[in-house]
Design a protein around this ligand. Structure first.
Ligand code: FAD
Length: 276
């Protein structure tokens, strides 16, 4: 059986100071020997240079790193060039996404993730280990539950190796999703995305946008903490640790942590599980 694997997601900081802080976070998390760190990519290529530079910096420092790449409405040549840069540097991982258009860009046909995966395989063969996004609570634009699972299966048919999920706080959503994926013929690993709870207001805002559900009881309990950041942190760690315990006991192949560029919560949760 494959080893239980960990990965940690970061976004590219905009300042030198932010980058130095992130290097310290990365070094703390690197002690857990993650399968990879991943670096997000702004909608419409808005962080293209920041993402690329950070990915290459991680790679030079000897860390396995997965650039996110959302095709969105980008120029095909620019996407191919960026991938060629990664290949030449020796980067082996990739998170392939459709992405969303930044607001104000008007209607445009977005290149779907299965189409991006097919292009990456046609251009670069087996060089990249390709990860794609999956949505146990279903993507906000999905035409239906089974249609969304169908499109995930298409990403695998195009050559994806594994999937990382959107975060969720309901373990049953993940387990049911795995069953539906198996029914659709998907046999590759689907790693649950884990979002530690650090800030109530931003979690609510972001969850509404990306279609992740915060269960009613949890929302009410989190709201009780008000300005008590330490209380919220401790409670968040407890809730997410329990979720992770259930996921692990139920057969999750690993965890992909949305770190928001911080180490404390991920380390506390993994410590509770005996994994840190
Ligand atoms: P797709 O797989 O293309 O799916 C999008 C929608 O279209 C779904 O509703 C699906 O059912 C449907 N669909 C899929 N394929 C087809 C098709 N061929 N024809 C018709 N309909 C189709 N966003 C960023 O901007 N930057 C990031 O770095 C980033 N990282 C992420 C990492 C993870 C692990 C996850 C889960 C999400 C991430 N996102 C990121 C968000 C993601 O870009 C959005 O959720 C986006 O709306 C969908 O991207 P996708 O790759 O899942 O798209």
């Amino acid at each position: 059986m494959a080893e239980f694997s960990l990965s940690f997601e970061f976004f590219p900081p905009k300042t030198e100071e932010g980058r130095a802080r992130l290097a310290a976070v990365r070094d703390r998390l690197a002690r857990l020997r993650p399968a990879f760190f991943s670096i997000t990519y702004g909608a419409g290529g808005s962080t293209r240079a920041h993402t690329r530079d950070l990915v290459l910096e991680f790679h030079r420092a000897g860390h396995p790193v997965a650039p996110h790449l959302s095709f969105g409405g980008d120029d095909e040549e620019a996407v191919r060039e960026l991938l060629a840069t990664y290949r030449q540097a020796g980067v082996r991982h990739l998170v392939a996404l459709r992405g969303d258009l930044p607001s104000g860009m008007g209607p445009r046909r977005l290149v779907h993730a299965n189409e991006l995966v097919a292009r990456v395989r046609a251009w670069f063969g087996d060089h990249f280990h390709i990860k794609v996004a999956a949505y146990p609570e279903i993507h906000p634009e999905a035409e239906g539950y089974r249609r969304d699972v169908h499109w995930l299966a298409e990403k695998f048919r195009a050559g994806a190796d594994c999937a990382l999920t959107q975060y969720f706080y309901n373990a049953d959503a993940y387990f049911y999703f795995l069953d539906e994926c198996a029914r659709a013929g998907i046999e590759r690993p689907i790693y649950p995305g884990i979002m530690p709870i650090a800030n109530y207001a931003s979690l609510v805002r972001f969850s509404e946008k990306c279609g992740a559900e915060i269960p009613r009881w949890l929302r009410w309990r989190l709201a009780d903490f008000g300005d008590d950041e330490a209380g919220l942190f401790a409670f968040g760690v407890e809730v997410v640790s329990r979720l992770c315990e259930r996921l692990r006991a139920g057969g999750a192949p690993g965890f992909h942590f949305y770190t928001l560029n911080r180490a404390e919560a991920s380390l506390a949760i993994l410590g509770n599980l005996g994994l840190a």
